[in-house]
Design a protein around this ligand. Structure first.
Ligand SMILES: [Zn+2]
Length: 672
């Protein structure tokens, strides 16, 4: 996942005060040009937030006073860049501390600040005087023209042209949506429910797992909802009733309250569409995306459905056959339930492909896998990472400086926070803490937050690590003129593409053999094992894409003209799928994508994959070809949002975008 602070537009990137700028300078190292995230306590955080917003409002007043005949790209766009950077100096750190700081007081103060900032942005983009001035700018370059266009769209999307009453209502809705999204996220993040399982119920689980997890006085294991607890359990516990109990609890982790929150979100978004006189929230959102309208999404999803429906049935048929074999039941009466899926998929991978995900951890010890990832990135893109010791929010976090390999020039920094702990963000995501600006001489920072096992990664987890690091590279390798266009400030349905492409580097022999350098004592996957792992990860694609299709369709349904209650919509959809709906589960309560930035945008994962697989084809069978890597850095990553994604990609490919590779992939055709 890639995180942005706002639910809607590219423009609402994280933003900082003069006070804060001064604070940050105290953490800037003159010799390295390094800037670090200030580890704020709750009091300082709140004070910085208040001050930056006061300063930002003063700057708005100053910009409002610019006479219309004195409007120039410098007086408006360059100044906008400086103001945004000032705000980002506070909101960038606040957004990440919100999700990783061990002290709940700090996380709560960060929530408060984010609310105020979001409210400020709506106010900013409803400001008619600023709108008028941005409109009058005569851009001198293509980048300035894009910047102006982005700003004008943000003004339009925030209601600047609506009549006063509607504009006021838009602001109320927008503020409320931010609150709802925060509460939704908090209910998942702060859920500390624990389940206990008896020794009988944990049969089949790897010894390393059993040694690691908490135990009670009776020798039962005590586990929660973190991935390292849940995922291996579902894939390995031989007790179907235990898996069922864990699955149902896990699917309730968002709590009932989140279903209420989600319904309110959907109703408010429908009201936004009504304010604009468009048929649905999807219409309101997609006009700024690569797809341009909801109809394109619907067509795309239909094409996906046509391909995946039979693939899913075929995959499930194979799994239920295996279940029948292993449990001694008759194939006709055996069905695969949702809590069986991971378990039997693992058994099939073991049986058919001789792949045991748990056993793969020895190939990817977590810390060495990180060094390997950095090494691969260095060779691909002509860069150099150097670990450095700086103040951190938790001892588990790591910090790296990034330099250009050829010139030795300082580029930016990356934080990695890889292991689970209480109160920490539960998924895997990259936070663009600071965006680059050539104009302002500003260097970027991205922070990666994951929840891995300390001892080693399965191949699936290695893919997740590369995926998230793909976002980080997009963030720190962008070299845009304005902060506005930095890194992942691209169209939402493109943002996943570079990351999805980078996953491929975990399964090609050329990149895998580099692991030897980062871990001389680790076994290296040979060609034969790689082929088996690849075949095993390909098995079940039908099931995966069918699930992705369901999520995307559900998301679009909630943004449609007549959305209905989220849980009812979901139940009906899931009931229509081959595995059906499990009573007492409430998936929508933990589907943070919808309350976050992916509303009417979940399809973007598959849409981005179309682009990702197409871009991958440029590497052919030479995945470590540095020439193509550097070209990708230069033509796609470095350009951020300076041009629409389609143009960047087509220039990189030297031809129009094609969805052939994607449909081959989901149809199960072997990739060349
Ligand atoms: Zn992602």
């Amino acid at each position: 996942m890639h995180r942005r602070n706002s639910y809607r537009t590219v423009l609402r990137r994280t933003i900082a005060a003069v006070f804060m700028a001064a604070l940050l300078e105290t953490t800037a190292d003159a010799a390295t040009e390094r800037v670090t995230i200030p580890i704020l306590d709750d009091v300082t955080l709140t004070a910085s937030c208040t001050q930056v917003l006061a300063e930002a409002r003063a700057r708005v007043t100053a910009m409002e006073a610019i006479p219309l005949d004195k409007v120039t790209p410098e007086s408006i766009l360059d100044q906008w860049d400086k103001d945004q950077i000032m705000i980002e100096n506070v909101t960038g750190p606040v957004a990440i501390l919100n999700n990783v700081h061990p002290d709940k007081k700090v996380r709560d103060a960060a929530d408060e600040c984010s609310l105020k900032v979001s409210s400020f942005y709506t106010e900013l983009f409803q400001n008619k005087k600023l709108f008028e001035r941005v409109k009058r700018v005569k851009p001198a370059t293509a980048v300035q023209r894009q910047f102006q266009k982005d700003l004008l769209e943000a003004f339009e999307d925030s209601g600047v042209s609506l009549p006063v009453a509607k504009r006021k209502r838009y602001k109320e809705i927008s503020d409320r949506l931010t609150e709802l999204s925060q509460e939704f996220g908090k209910n998942v993040r702060d859920n500390t429910t624990k389940l206990t399982f008896t020794p009988e119920e944990v049969k089949g689980l790897p010894q390393a797992y059993l040694d690691r997890v908490t135990k009670d006085a009776n020798g039962n294991i005590v586990v929660g909802f973190d991935y390292p607890d849940f995922n291996p359990f579902m894939a390995n516990s031989q007790s179907e009733s235990a898996r069922k109990r864990y699955y149902i609890a896990y699917m309730q982790r968002g709590t009932k309250r989140n279903l209420e929150l989600l319904d309110e979100v959907v109703t408010l978004r429908k009201e936004i569409a009504a304010l604009y006189g468009v048929p649905s929230f999807a219409h309101y959102v997609t006009k700024r995306r690569m797809v341009e309208n909801p109809e394109t999404v619907t067509r795309f999803l239909k094409d996906v459905k046509d391909v995946v429906t039979s693939a899913e049935k075929k995959d499930l048929g194979e799994l239920s056959q295996l279940k029948a074999e292993l449990t001694g039941t008759s194939p006709a009466s055996t069905t695969i339930n949702r809590w069986d899926l991971d378990f039997y998929r693992e058994r099939l991978r073991e049986k058919r492909f001789k792949i045991d995900q748990e056993a793969l951890r020895k190939y990817f010890p977590t810390r060495q896998a990180v060094d390997w990832l950095l090494d691969v990135s260095e060779q691909m893109y002509g860069i150099k990472f150097e670990r450095a010791s700086v103040p951190l929010w938790h001892e588990d976090a790591m910090f790296f400086d990034l330099k250009d390999a050829d010139s030795g020039k300082f580029i930016g920094s990356v934080y990695l926070d890889l292991y689970p702990r209480e109160g920490k963000y539960k998924h895997a995501a990259a936070w663009p803490v600071r965006g680059v600006s050539r104009k302002a001489g500003r260097t970027p920072i991205t922070a990666l937050v994951c929840n891995f096992d300390r001892n080693g990664l399965t191949h699936d987890e290695a893919e997740t690590l590369f995926h998230e690091f793909g976002h980080a590279l997009h963030g720190v390798l962008s070299n845009t003129e304005y902060n506005q266009h930095a890194g992942t400030s691209v169209q939402r349905d493109f943002v996943e593409a570079p990351s999805q492409m980078f996953e491929e580097w975990t399964i090609r022999p050329e990149s895998l053999q580099l692991m030897k350098k980062s871990c001389p004592d680790c076994p290296v996957m040979d060609k034969e094992l790689i082929e088996r792992v690849d075949a095993a990860r390909r098995f079940g694609k039908g099931i995966n894409y069918a699930r992705q299709y369901l999520y995307a369709t559900f998301d679009m349904a909630l943004a449609a003209e007549d959305p209905g209650k989220a849980m009812d919509v979901w139940r009906t959809m899931e009931e229509g799928s081959p595995m059906g709906h499990v009573p007492d589960t409430q998936f929508p309560g933990s589907f943070g994508h919808i309350t976050g930035g992916y509303a009417a945008g979940y399809y973007g994962y598959m849409w981005s994959e179309v682009i990702a697989l197409d871009m991958l084809s440029a590497f052919g069978d030479q995945i470590m070809n540095p020439k193509v890597g550097r070209r990708f850095r230069e033509m796609v990553l470095s350009r951020g949002g300076e041009e629409p994604a389609k143009q960047l990609v087509e220039r990189f490919l030297g031809r129009p975008v094609s969805s052939q590779a994607f449909f081959d992939e989901i149809g199960g055709k072997k990739r060349q």
